[in-house]
Design a protein around this ligand. Structure first.
Ligand code: SAH
Length: 283
């Protein structure tokens, strides 16, 4: 299945967004014979296939819509949810910091509504794979629907399992946890993650972070980083350029660490990374 357009012109099967005059976004798959019904009129997909991306198109009632290729961030915001989901600002940093890219094999728990799963599946590409664990079948079912809608389901194995019983895969490149008690599963994580791989998790409170840190060291994780991502939007009116009135102040703390194998005991300096020290000058 075409997952997303890779050319200047829309093709049958592409995922597309139609943006209304009031900036309402409709995400659709451009299947031949398909239609989008809105209160501003109907758009016939046969008229949209083969057009240049960015075109303005007109509904049968005369309303104009823009035809645009979707960004991952926009698709994540539309994730149907029955759990808390991760925010794009956190997801974006996790992906780059854990080096997630095409061809990688990644474990994730819990699946929840599948927002993070979607981002991982998008980023590992056709040659990579995501194994995602969830204990509650109703959440897993919704995540499966979210992945199906975007054509990403064949990059993902959905496991209905409590991770206390361990992971079925061994030697994955990266492992990410979004659940309340990661400190209870670090020996399972070590068994599944390849030495030198990437571990990451998100936690809403400092209490949970403080509980995790000693367990990471006990399980021979090094290069531990704790951070949070603060994002502020601005009103884009050129005459009144200023921050928006409200912002999301807190989502979660991000913790990253690398499983290592040691011959000599871990030097204090390597146990955690102090961002105030320029690492390049250490040697
Ligand atoms: N990252 C997800 C949200 C995860 S919500 C998203 O972006 O959509 C946390 C999920 O972890 C919940 O669905 C919960 O059922 C699941 N969970 C909690 N403990 C678990 C465990 N031990 N094993 C597997 N899943 C677990």
């Amino acid at each position: 299945m075409t997952f997303i357009s890779d050319g200047p012109i829309t093709k049958a099967g592409d995922l597309a967004q139609l943006v209304s005059p009031s900036n309402k976004i409709y995400t659709v798959r451009l299947t031949p014979g398909g239609k989008l019904q809105t209160h501003r009129g109907v758009l016939d997909f046969d008229n949209l296939i083969g057009l240049a991306w960015g075109s303005q198109v007109v509904s049968h009632l005369g309303s104009t819509f823009f035809l645009l290729p979707p960004a991952l961030g926009s698709l994540l915001q539309e994730t149907r949810r029955n759990t808390q989901i991760m925010y794009p600002k956190d997801i974006g940093f996790v992906l780059v910091n854990m080096g997630i890219g095409p061809g990688m094999h990644v474990i994730e728990a819990g699946t929840g509504s599948g927002a993070m799963t979607t981002a991982l599946a998008w980023t590992v590409g056709e040659t990579g794979h995501v194994y995602t664990y969830e204990v509650r079948s109703e959440f897993q079912n919704l995540a499966r629907k979210n992945l199906d809608r975007l054509g990403l389901a064949d990059r993902v194995t959905l496991q209905l399992k409590d991770i206390i019983d361990g992971f079925e895969e061994i030697g994955v490149d990266a492992l990410f946890l979004d659940l309340p008690n990661p400190y209870d599963y670090m020996s399972q994580v070590r068994q599944a993650l390849k030495p030198g791989g990437f571990f990451g998790c998100i936690l809403p409170t400092m209490n949970q972070v403080a509980r995790l840190l000693p367990i990471l060291h006990l399980n021979q994780f090094a290069f531990v980083d704790v951070c949070e991502i603060i994002l502020r939007y601005y009103k884009s009116n050129p005459q009144r350029l200023r921050p928006t009135d409200r912002m999301v102040a807190h989502t979660g703390y991000l913790i990253f660490a690398r499983p290592i194998t040691m011959i000599t005991p871990l030097a204090e300096d390597n146990a955690s990374v102090d961002p105030d020290v320029d690492q390049s000058e250490d040697d």
